[in-house]
Write a protein that binds this ligand. Sequence first.
Ligand code: COA
Length: 181
Amino acid sequence: MSLKGVDDFNWRLRKLNETTTIKPFYSGDEDLDDFLLSDAVAYYKQRLAVTYIIETRTKTVAYFTLSNDSIRRDVDLKTWNKINRKVPNSKRKGNYPAVKIGRLAVGKEYARGGFGEFIISFVKNKYRENFGDRSAGCRFITVDSYGTATDFYQKQGFKFFTEKDEGKDTRIMYFDMLSQA
Ligand SMILES: CC(C)(COP(=O)(O)OP(=O)(O)OC[C@H]1O[C@@H](n2cnc3c(N)ncnc32)[C@H](O)[C@@H]1OP(=O)(O)O)[C@@H](O)C(=O)NCCC(=O)NCCS
């Protein structure tokens, strides 16, 4: 994967904490920009979301947030049956553990440069290949995707939960950690 505009040795991914100084960020989406610059630390302190930042020495390149989530029976019966069929009969439950990508944004100048794909791979690996420490069960990744970003998530192997949110501003999507994508 080639990453546009940033030398391979000149950027890093790190987890935000209470004392992180956030470097300038502009994705063009006011809500996403505001969250990082004004709310991310408060969400961290309240234990509502952990923010991960990709940055150079001077700028924020991209960020995303992760929170615990679950997929529940009540979302959409058709999808639920599809999901349930993948779980052995004796292990079936009314909900399954997941991790939610609450927010994800790539700076405008780095868009279509591979960072979005890199971030999704990072999350998949964190909960799939690195499952060795078994700190908690987590079968799915979920996201409430902007309508404009659903093609991006589909390319990363995500599926729609329901047809009921078709045409809405955001659509619920999920990725099964046991899928081959
Ligand atoms: C959507 C977003 C995260 C994608 O990140 P990115 O770094 O630009 O995407 P990548 O360069 O990794 O693209 C990976 C693939 O998805 C495609 N893609 C990226 N954004 C896309 C979009 N909005 N629509 C359709 N395809 C898209 C790319 O063309 C590429 O396809 P390829 O593998 O066939 O070449 C980024 O554009 C962004 O931050 N957008 C604004 C905020 C937003 O919509 N966030 C999602 C909120 S849920």
